[in-house]
Design a protein around this ligand. Structure first.
Ligand code: GLY
Length: 313
């Protein structure tokens, strides 16, 4: 069975972005599924789905990434293959349109798991990954958000803190994909510009295996989104797969892991996941999270709590 599930970030998506976010995640899920149907590997599928999201300015990843305190774009991305638990990641990379492609190169071309900062950029250039002028990644929305949240602590509280998230109406966060192919192989990919007004050099959960994503053919694959510092402290992606491994249904595994994160570190977020049997789950503790998946040639999607629309591919 082939399954591709994606998310476009757990946050309080404002109404003007609902349609673009839904169309974006639907296109990404379709693209990942096309790759699998065309004989591509599960790693190629999650990469392709995330590229669609990185190229869409509605999302905080690639083009559309939020800005650091200094007004720059620094991005994190992860690709993980569940067959042998191999992972590749980049952290605080600049001036590339598709960090997820560089993360996959790290997985496939180096003995390392993560490259950061200028080293990641040098590696990307050495492998022919095009550098783009930094301003081409910056959208008016990201610039406005940066003007609003000049202080990191204010933006984090506003975006993700359990006590504040219901009362504030701005933010952005992360894209990702989890997939299963017909051979039973799993993969996950996650990509982000991080959190508005983060300190230069700050690295969140996204590139860290076990936090921003995880894939293990013995259990399934997951991609997470939300407050990176909270996710890192509870190892959210690994917490979810560990819960799935005990036989708890996929959505319930995500929900209980998010509840754990809320209780222990007062963080909000969300995740999508697929089990090795092809069971799909998604959940979020923020007001909204656009998600979509393809399974049995049907497209499923939603953005609001409890929303689940289904149609033919
Ligand atoms: N979850 C993305 C970040 O905190 O950077």
């Amino acid at each position: 069975m082939e399954v591709v599930v994606v998310h476009g970030g757990a946050w309080d998506v404002p109404e003007p972005l609902w349609e673009a976010s839904l169309e974006g995640v639907k296109a990404a899920a379709r693209r990942g599924h096309q790759v699998l149907r065309g004989g591509g590997s599960v790693v190629e599928a999650v990469e392709a789905a995330v590229v669609v999201l990185e190229d869409n300015p509605a999302f905080d990843a690639g083009t559309g990434s939020v800005l650091t305190l200094d007004g720059e774009v620094e991005m994190d991305a992860l690709v993980m293959s569940g067959a042998r638990l191999r992972a590749g990641a980049v952290a605080a990379i600049r001036s590339v349109a598709n960090p997820v492609k560089v993360a996959r190169l790290v997985l496939e071309k180096t003995p390392h798991v993560m490259l950061a900062g200028s080293g990641a950029n040098q590696f990307a250039a050495a492998h022919g990954h095009p550098q783009v002028p930094p301003h081409t990644l910056v959208t008016p929305h990201a610039r406005r958000e940066w003007e609003t949240f000049k202080k990191f602590s204010k933006s984090v509280d506003s975006l993700f803190n359990v006590l504040h998230v219901q009362q504030q109406r701005s933010g952005h966060d992360t894209v990702g994909c989890a997939a299963l192919d017909s051979l039973g192989h799993t993969a996950a990919a996650t990509s982000t510009g991080g959190i508005t007004a983060k300190m230069p050099g700050r690295v969140g959960d996204t590139p860290v295996p076990g936090a921003g994503g995880y894939a293990d053919d013995q259990v399934g694959a997951v991609s997470t989104t939300g407050h990176g510092e909270a996710i890192l402290r509870v190892c959210l992606a690994r917490h979810i797969t560990a819960t799935m491994a005990t036989g708890v249904p996929v959505s319930a595994s995500i929900e209980s892991s998010l509840e754990h994160m809320a209780q222990r570190v007062a963080g909000c977020g969300g995740a999508v996941a697929v089990s090795r049997e092809g069971e799909v789950g998604m959940a979020f503790s923020t007001p909204r999270m656009p998600w979509a998946y393809v399974k049995h040639r049907r497209l499923h999607y939603g953005i609001h709590p409890g929303q689940h629309v289904e149609e033919d591919l």
